[in-house]
Design a binder for this molecule. Structure first.
Ligand code: CA
Ligand code: CA
Length: 406
């Protein structure tokens, strides 16, 4: 073969190789782009502070407003999206309107949701090595040891929070600022018509005047039939004050994750890796198309009673989903690979870690209903899907200890 032919063949081979590599690179780039866009398609609940508001919600692109420009079916779903009223059960205590009526008599008769379970300390794998949302600092996985503690088995209910307010006359941050964040599809037309601001990064979140723990969907809503649902619209500061008043404290992120994992190592969810084992719904999240249509296949459009769905192996309900839960840790996405004992997070930083995801989480926008997932808000932020679960070093006097079979 002539030298010139060999040279041509060699050049052709190199050219082909380049094409192949380039094609592979493009594929990789496409994947990366897809991953990034998934991250960018955020539910926006970490952006919920009052500084992120744009002045005119109509400046937000038209197609980002849920309910607008939708077909008739979607629009109907949007209109139906307010949580249905739940009938009061035998365990819910007397019918009352907590917005109007506070008396020691009421509290004496209302069911307590104050059960705690003892969590024996131990070492577990915290975080995940192959982060699903890397920007949240889910990785690396690391061995973490926590001491024994008690934890509430339920998210804090409206009725438990009402006891705190009645005893202390504490004013929550949402009440102090006069507003809190609610997702647009949960609002009545009456409430929506006066709102002129939106969250720039997530226009389906609106600041609603008069939204607070007693009025989850704004001034024309109440919690009368939701006393056994998790309290919402409480800031980190409110959550911290409530836990202290209860003789408890906020969990560290490590304690929260240790308890949520229930002794199962390296699983996505508290019950394993499959979201709906045996076609059972295990948590209250979002089914359908976010943010316009929630088909509520799990039974709930909004919050659910705190004892819904199966508890994990430690006896905890709804760690994943229903409402996000505050922790005491400040936010950072840098973690050491080293084994650590009782980590408490960084010493400085404006934001605090929240865990577990909420009824607003959908895989396409906010795949954060996982044990290793995490997000953050500043200490004064409050929202429609953010609550708390307290822990304690010693069992408080009025708490009931539950022995949960493992
Ligand atoms: Ca749901
Ligand atoms: Ca939860």
């Amino acid at each position: 073969m002539a030298a010139s032919t060999i040279k041509v063949n060699l050049l052709f081979s190199i050219f082909s190789l380049c094409l192949f590599v380039n094609a592979c690179s493009s594929e990789v780039l496409t994947d990366v782009d897809a991953t990034n866009s998934k991250e960018e398609q955020d539910c926006g609940c970490s952006s919920l502070n009052r500084e992120n508001l744009v002045k005119n919600k109509d400046e937000v692109p038209f197609d980002q407003h849920p309910g607008e420009g939708q077909d008739e079916t979607s629009a109907a779903k949007v209109q139906d999206a307010r949580p249905p009223e739940h009938e009061i059960g035998d365990n819910d205590g007397p019918e009352l309107n907590p917005a109007l009526k506070y008396s020691s008599e009421v509290n004496k008769n209302s069911k307590r949701w104050n059960e705690m379970v003892y969590i024996e300390g131990g070492t577990f794998t915290m975080g995940i090595d192959r982060a699903i949302i890397p920007l949240d600092g889910e990785s690396p996985s690391r061995r973490v040891t926590v001491d024994s503690f008690y934890t509430d088995i339920y998210e804090t209910t409206n009725s438990e929070f009402m006891r705190f307010i009645q005893a202390t006359e504490y004013l929550t941050d949402a009440e102090r600022f006069g507003d809190s964040f609610v997702v647009e599809i949960a609002l009545s037309e009456e409430t929506k018509k006066d709102i002129v601001q939106a969250v720039a990064a997530a226009p389906w979140w609106l600041p609603v005047k008069g939204a607070d723990w007693r009025h989850p969907e704004g001034p024309d809503s109440n919690i009368t039939k939701r006393l056994n649902h998790p309290v919402t619209h409480i800031s980190w500061t409110d959550a911290n004050e409530f836990c202290k008043w209860s003789g408890k404290r906020l969990p560290t992120e490590a304690e929260w994750e240790y308890a949520a994992r229930g002794g199962l190592e390296n699983r996505l969810f508290p019950w394993g890796n499959k979201l709906n084992p045996n076609n059972d719904h295990m948590a209250n999240i979002w089914q359908g198309t976010f943010p316009t249509t929630n088909t509520a296949e799990d039974g709930y459009i909004g919050t659910c009673p705190v004892n819904t769905f199966k508890p994990n192996r430690f006896g905890l309900y709804n760690t994943i989903g229903n409402v996000w839960e505050w922790t005491s840790d400040r936010w950072s996405i840098q973690h050491t690979n080293d084994s650590v004992k009782n980590p408490t997070g960084p010493q400085t930083g404006a934001n605090r870690v929240k865990k577990g995801g909420s009824f607003m989480c959908h895989e396409s926008y906010c795949y954060r209903y996982r044990c290793a997932a995490r997000s953050q808000n500043d200490e004064e932020s409050s929202a429609y899907n953010l609550g708390v679960r307290c822990v304690a070093d010693h069992l408080p006097e009025d708490a009931t200890e539950i022995q949960h079979p493992r």
